[in-house]
Design a protein around this ligand. Structure first.
Ligand SMILES: Cc1ncc(COP(=O)(O)O)c(C=O)c1O
Length: 391
């Protein structure tokens, strides 16, 4: 089918809930995709922060193929070697205090389960989240999302969600007490425009949580699995080495095979019992093969180091570009802030076959490339941006 035929068929049979780019993907490799019309695009949006290992990484593809031939799925009612290995690998890469994983299917589901575990562990109900937060679209997660119109979309909201100012410890102190179950936050607020907080903010949050017996949850759906150049934001220097009690993951975790996870420390683990949580597809064999291979590919190909090199290179090169006000974010979760609305540059880059993303900050262009993106590929973006922006 050509593009026009594909578009027409999708629009006839799919609900129109997404603003789509006018291309249809046919195949991908590394940081590149090829369209139905045979055109090649540089993908600096990584399939919406999902394709961390690059499109169709050979190690991931082989693992999925091999697993598919053996057994596609069995639920958690039966043990499985690939699930055992994936769990061990994930927990071993996590900060030292993390001891157990719970697998589910998406970011919103991971956050729902994290909040439920915090409520179970504390026997309290309130959750503090932040201005600019986005945690997903199911009932509890959307009620925890104070970015733009999201909470409105989720009406009627789940009660007991309260909002502090991102980066402002005083605003948290005003809300924190012995009635709060959890503080939940994205350590870097991606959709809000790649907003960062200081390492001291995370240290302060940990202290507030320790003082009041509150569970600290990092939503690492975007920052996790190597994206910031660290396996996890939790425990890294970016968080002043503070470790969250629960880390939630999805997006990059399966390189495109849907999978989410909650990683928990022993304090949480010992409070969660049989039948407290569950989901049919969580921990299925195909997803577990994808998780294991994704982690191995990131490790074998030294993608954490690469993500840091990409950030440093871009930081250096963007200094030369007029109209660029700042580069926000870390590793391969980056926001280029322009002096004006970035929609025109986003559109022009697409016309020139470079895929980037926007954010809810109209001036911030988001980059979420595969962690294996090459410096030469980043240079293509820099050259094109230079060409497109008026001097
Ligand atoms: C930080 C964060 N948390 C949660 C989610 C929800 O993940 P999912 O779409 O897999 O439910 C997203 C999705 O964009 C996200 O960016």
């Amino acid at each position: 089918m050509n593009f026009t035929e594909i578009k027409q068929l999708e629009e006839t049979f799919q609900l129109a809930t997404y603003a789509k780019m006018n291309i249809a993907v046919e195949r991908g490799q590394g940081a590149w995709i090829w369209t139905s019309d045979g055109e090649k695009y540089l993908d600096l949006y990584g399939g919406h922060a999902v394709c961390a290992t690059g499109h169709s990484h050979p190690h991931v593809v082989e693992a999925i193929k091999n697993q598919a031939e053996k057994v596609l799925f069995y639920s958690n009612l039966i043990y499985s070697e690939v699930r055992a290995n994936a769990s061990e690998k994930l927990v071993s890469l996590a900060p030292a205090s993390i001891t157990k994983a719970f697998f589910c299917n998406s970011g919103t589901e991971a956050n729902e389960n994290a909040m439920r575990m915090a409520r179970m562990a504390t026997r309290r109900e309130k959750i503090i989240t932040f201005s600019g937060s986005f945690h997903g679209r199911t009932a509890d997660s959307i009620s925890a999302s104070f970015l733009g119109k999201y909470r409105e979309l989720g009406k009627p909201n789940v009660p007991h969600h309260i909002c502090a100012e991102f980066g402002d410890l005083e605003s948290v102190e005003e809300l924190a007490d012995e009635t709060v179950a959890a503080i939940l936050l994205e350590p870097i607020q991606s959709m809000a425009g790649v907003r960062e907080a200081s390492p001291q903010f995370f240290r302060g949050l940990r202290e507030i949580c320790n003082k009041h017996g509150i569970i600290l949850i990092f939503d690492e759906v975007q920052t996790g699995v190597g994206r910031t150049g660290n396996w996890f934001f939790s425990g890294s220097d970016l968080a002043d080495f503070v470790e969250a009690d629960i880390i939630t993951l999805a997006k990059s975790l399966g390189s495109g095979v849907p999978v989410g996870a909650c990683l928990v420390n022993e304090h949480i683990a010992e409070k969660i019992h049989e039948n407290d949580l569950g989901t049919t597809f969580g921990g299925g064999m195909l997803a577990m093969a994808a998780v294991l291979a994704t982690l191995e590919a990131i490790e074998n190909d030294k993608m954490l180091e690469n993500a840091k090199a990409v950030e440093n290179h871009l930081r250096e090169q963007l200094k030369e570009i007029p109209n660029v006000v700042a580069l926000h974010g870390r590793g391969c979760l980056l926001g280029i802030e322009f002096a004006e609305n970035c929609k025109p540059i986003h559109a022009k880059l697409l016309e020139n076959k470079i895929i980037t993303g926007t954010s809810s900050n109209p001036n911030v262009l988001r980059l979420l490339p595969p962690l294996c993106v090459k410096i030469e590929e980043i240079d293509l973006l820099i050259e094109m941006t230079r060409k497109l922006l008026p001097c």
